[in-house]
Write a protein that binds this ligand. Sequence first.
Ligand code: IPE
Ligand code: IPE
Ligand code: MG
Length: 246
Amino acid sequence: MSLKEKIIPSKLPEHIAVIMDGNGRWAKQHGEDRIFGHENGVKSVRDTVEAAAEIGIKYLTLYAFSTENWNRPQEEVVALMQLLVYTINAETATLNKNGIRLQAIGDLKSLPSDCYNELQEAIANTKDNSRMTLVLALSYSARWEIINAVKEIAQKIENKTLSAADINEDAISSHLCTAGIPDPELMIRTSGEHRISNFLLWQLAYSELYFTDKLWPDFRKEDLYEAILDYQNRERRFGKTSEQLV
Ligand code: IPE
Ligand code: IPE
Ligand code: MG
């Protein structure tokens, strides 16, 4: 039985979030510069998106560039933005062919204008697809997102369109970039790092975390299946006892 066949369709996560990490180390291992790692990471993105859509995942969020990543050497930032523009442009037809809708979360206005425009165009061109939603986290950080949400809520209270007593989990969720998207049941991070790095802090509250030593450019469909199988073997208790779950 293949890994894919072992996956139980009724126990699929609806939303998987991925911290795609390890491109730089992969490049170093191959005696190349960091950009080479990012370029090879695109193949893993393609494989992961295709595998997720094929098995019936509804939302896939990929952490592609964090707010903190702006602090990398300028030439790496420029190369990453160029790669992004090129990839989004080259992949839009495939997204449409596979029924995938593109969305993006983060401080998108901070992206270079060609990148921002390409992104908005791809989002508009894929908006009617419904098989799976691919969410790119770009210039994203969870603290930035939470600060924004708090500001918006405060503004509504100031305008008297919201009262403090009405602030609850739903009110906060609906002011985040991920409004309308279910929280990820599964979060995968590659490259052996065991941290969240400012990713979806609110939304990951009850996610199952899966860490693999694989570097992102080596991540393939089988690795996604393995992560899903691991997830399907976990007991999600949400604070209850095992006995209460049956
Ligand atoms: C992830 O790989 C890609 C981005 C953060 C843009 P890294 O570039 O962080 O690779 P490592 O962690 O340095 O190996
Ligand atoms: C997290 O990876 C951000 C992305 C994958 C886009 P980093 O490589 O930037 O995270 P740290 O610095 O190791 O925590
Ligand atoms: Mg890294």
